[in-house]
Write a protein that binds this ligand. Structure first.
Ligand code: GLY
Length: 356
């Protein structure tokens, strides 16, 4: 397998730009955002359309931006049909759902996080309590569950029957070197590992949601059930301040979804934020961070034959000036945004055209 050199990457980016894939209609959001500073701007991952609507309505009622984005993502955390977040999320390799989340509150420079939290539907609310009711920033595992219990949160089995069936299918079919037997109509594949596949087929789904209020305050939240079928205790980027989320009330807010390991290694959301601080638009800042991921992904097991990543990452950003945008490594992604009084999906900018 070949690795993408810096020159190849710049050439491929230039090719993409030349065919219009990075043209302003895909950026598209900056001016729209600036026109609407009188109202809230809320940006989220594609699965966050109900979240952006809820958060915007709360900000319009005068509520705090952090309370608003948390109430927004709570809808998705509590939705059993979203298998990437909260209740109904896909479990770890043992069939246990472990949740990660972090929050940042721009006006107070506050931050809180939980990781590998079991049995609580809304980890974002526990992350907010870590910020508000402890002297810490992050609590993990059993300690996070005990902390949630102390604050009166109800414990539930987060593994829905639908998620259990998906996990069981994975368990019975992902390897032919174990004792789990697949149903006769679903024979075991020859593949033994992720490295045998062209595209990593595990789920990293997550929701990130960031908001800017009309008075210029910013907050953000990221919450997830993390990588499906992960090693128990594995923690991705979502609960890590500076990786899955970063908010600076003087600059903007940014967050990520996708392969957490790649985001952690480049301090993703913080990298987006620093690029905005130094003058890049939100979309250019997101693309800048994605390019760094491409440049720093050297493991051949993570690269296609042409040297491009076999995974995807998306960054979302809103600037203090009201501009906003999102970008992904691969084309075809969307994000959710409430701006100018309208709640909708928009296209993400991207680095590489996804092969058909
Ligand atoms: N971005 C979610 C995760 O990697 O866990």
């Amino acid at each position: 397998m070949t690795q993408l050199s810096r020159r190849d990457f710049l050439q491929s980016a230039a090719t993409v730009a030349a065919v219009g894939s990075l043209a302003p209609d895909l950026y598209g959001q900056s001016d729209a955002g600036r026109e609407n500073l009188s109202g809230p701007i809320v940006i989220s991952s594609a699965n966050g359309l109900p979240a952006t609507e809820k958060a915007a309505s709360m900000i319009l009622e005068g509520k705090d931006t952090l309370d608003a984005v948390i109430a927004g993502v709570n809808i998705v955390e509590e939705d059993p049909n979203d298998m990437s977040v909260g209740y109904g999320g896909l479990p770890n390799e043992d069939g246990v759902v472990e949740l990660d989340s972090c929050v940042m509150h721009g006006p107070s420079c506050g931050a809180g996080a939980v990781a590998a939290l079991q049995n609580i539907k809304t980890p974002s609310r526990i992350a907010q309590l870590v910020m508000q009711r402890t002297d810490h920033v992050m609590i993990v595992g059993e300690g996070a569950l005990r902390f949630a219990r102390a604050h009166g949160f109800e414990e539930v089995n987060l593994l829905t029957d639908k998620a259990r069936r998906v996990w069981l299918k994975w368990k019975e079919t992902h390897s032919n070197r174990d004792d789990w037997i697949a149903p006769p109509d679903k024979p075991k594949p020859n593949a033994h590992s992720r490295a045998d596949k062209e595209t990593l087929d595990f789920t990293y789904g997550t929701i990130n949601c960031c908001a800017l209020s009309p008075n210029g305050d910013l907050s953000g939240v990221t919450t997830t059930s993390g990588l499906s079928y992960k090693i128990p205790g594995r923690v991705g980027d979502s609960p890590i301040i500076g990786a899955g989320l970063y908010v600076d009330n003087t600059v903007g807010a940014a967050g990520s979804t996708g392969r957490g390991e790649a985001v952690i290694k480049i301090c993703g959301a913080h990298t987006v934020m620093e690029a905005m601080r130094h003058g890049k638009s939100p979309v250019d800042a997101c693309l800048h961070a994605l390019k760094r991921i491409v440049d720093t992904t050297t493991e051949t097991r993570l690269l296609k034959e042409n040297g491009r990543p076999r995974f995807d990452v998306k960054f979302y950003a809103v600037s203090k000036d009201g501009s906003f945008g999102a970008a992904s490594i691969w084309s075809g992604a969307k994000f959710s945004v409430y701006a100018g009084g309208k709640n909708r999906h928009e296209k993400c900018a991207y680095l590489f055209e996804r092969p058909s």
